[in-house]
Structure formats: structure tokens, C-alpha cells
Design a protein around this ligand. Sequence first.
Ligand code: SF4
Length: 409
Amino acid sequence: MSDSHILHCVQVKKLLKKENPAFPFGGKYRFSPYMACGHRCTYCDGRYEKYHVEGDFDHDITVRENAPELLEKELLKLREPGPICISSGISDPYQPVEKKLQITRECAEVLSRFNHPVIVHTKSSMILRDIEHWEEVHRRSAFTLMISLTMADDSFRSRVEPGASSVEERLKTLAEFRKRGMNAGILAMPFIPYLTDSREQMEELLTALKKTGVQFAMPGLLTLKKGRQKDFFLNSFKKEYPDLIEKLAALFSNEDFYGSPPRGYSHSFHSRMDSLWKEFEMDDLIPHCVYHGQFSLYDEISILLRDMIILYGKQGTRVSRLKTASQKFSAWLTPRKTYYARRRNLDYSALEQEIKALATSGELTKVLGNEKLAEFLFGIINGAVLNYQTLKPDARNESLQRTIVGTKS
Ligand code: SF4
């Protein structure tokens, strides 16, 4: 298949999209310099009709030419702290056209002059070209690299992700970012049923990842949405694996709205994966030590409570009290956030101070209806970090500082 591209250059009026709720995976704000993608992954759900990417997904690339200029203008106006994530499900910031166009590089240069944390999702080692900019971002606040990778076998990788970097290049890239002290983890998705999701294959992947020092691997199974995405994927392997494709077509024949495989398959995948991740002591969520200090205090607490419900639930602990406390916190927070959002003269740091004052005075217990949790959060507010493996707080981490929004050198 040819790797030539047709570029559609556009000027956009708005770039940063606010993520609600904020999560370490997608940050607080998100943008993408491109639309459609030359990495040509056969499973890419960017082909799904409802994403409205017109033309040949692999070759017709939309370029947001004015992204760096707009980014600078919008960063100066941001009021709430939180990471800027360069990502989209329908493009990669370091896809082949970036080599010549360098729009992502220009954005990296802009971001290196601000104090916002940054997250980048990619399948390309081209990000190494801009490592000095990302190091500067990390020096000022925090940088997190998330590389997608689900297999250690490059011969199969080159069939499913023909335009992306090899397994070896991606592993080297992760190791280099970790060596320089930046955060790095993998988006281990999508595992392809019957093709890449056996225990042995996942074990091989985790063994390779451990050597790079990555801090997490977030796993996920393939989803195939009815229409262009599903047809393209199944057709791309028809000749090579006719029997397997028949099995896959049967597995995804339920036409679930999200394109998910049946619950039974998904359940056995997750129990296989859970035991392996445990064995390798690999976090399957982005750990607190990575996102600590990158968000406003209230977003960080919301994320932490959500993760604690998942983590305690997985180990069989009853989480009903935790869920109630989390809902109470959200009921306390939501009207306040709306109030701050409507009054542009207000500074969100005052909302953080309000939470700190609640924790210090003991009033947080009333808000949450849970004394033990309020005590635990008092520690978090004072810099403790929850270890997602042991579920115990680690001591205060002095090296992490909260970021200052909208400031520029
Ligand atoms: S890198 Fe991401 S956006 Fe690009 S083709 Fe692959 S899955 Fe799609």
C-alpha cells in the first residue's frame, strides 16, 4: 500500500477542547494538529462513519496549520490548571506527514515556554526528535509519554500497524524518556482477540516493557464498530487468516453499540490480564505518582476517588461507602465549579484553598460523611501519594510542585 498523502490544510478557530471529567489519560485539555492518520492501523476506529473523517482515512490528512499560533493564544487565557493532552482517537501527532510539516514540533516549542503539564499519545519514535522541548516541559511542570503497544512480535505488528514505528523503536523511545526522568507508560490497546491476546503474548510484552522502566500499561480489547471500521479490519486479513477472520466476525456479530466483544470473552481476557499484571507488578491505571500535582486539587481528588473505587473493588473490598463519599464530594464540588466558571474574575486557586481549609478544620468529614477518608485525603492534600500496588500512601513527594496556570517566561 502506498504511503503518499493528500494534505488538506485548514485554519481552525478554536483548538483546545476541555475534557470533562478530567483524567490523567486525556488530561484537562486536548487537541490534535491533524485529522486522519498515515499510520494505517487496520483496526483504527477513526474509520467509523460517526467520526465524520471524510475521504481515504490513511491518505487524506487534514492539517490544522495554525495550531501552534492558536495554542499560544489559548494557553494564555486558560484559567483552570491541568495537563494539555496532544491526542485524538482519529490521528497521531507524530504520524509520517509530521516529519516534513513539523506542526507538532512547533506546538512542543510553544508548550515548552509555558508551565502546563503535557501528555502525548503516539505510536511513533519520531517524538524523540523533539525530546529537548518535552524535557523542558518536564522541568517546568510534568511530561507524560503514552505509547500504544500491544505486542512484542514485530512481524505481526508490521501487518496491523504498517505506518507506525517498530516494536523495538517504541521500546527504545519509552526507555529514553524514562532515562531522562520523564513519565512514560503504554496504552496496551487494542489487544486483538485470538491474534494478540494470549497469556504467552501478553507475558512477552510485559517482559519487554519491564526493561524500559515504564510506570503503567493500560490494557483494552479491540472494539469493532459496524460499518467502515469493521469491514476494513476484517477484509485486511481475509486472505491470510480466513478461518480466524470467520471466528472474529462471529465474535463481533452482536453489533454492540460500542463494538465491544461479548461479555464472556471480555471477562476471560480481563481475568487473564489481571493475574499477569499482578505478577509483573504493573499498574493498569495511570498511578497517582504520575498525575499527582498535575491537576487542580479538586480534580486530583475526584480522579483518586474514582481509581480507589476500581482498585479496592478489584481486590474484593466493599466499596459502597467509598462510592457514597465520592458522590458527596462531587455534589459539593459541582455547583462551586459552575460558580467559578461563570465568573471570569475568580481565580480557581481560591477553590483549592477552600478544600485545604475544609481538610484542616475537620469539616471535610462532614462533606464526605466519612472520617477515615477525610483523614486520608488530609494526607494527600499535604503531599502524600497513594501507591496503587500496595494501596498505602507513600511519604510526601517534595519533587512534585503544583503548576502555575497561564504563566509564561
Ligand atoms: S496511530 Fe492511532 S489514529 Fe493512527 S491509524 Fe493507528 S490507531 Fe488510528
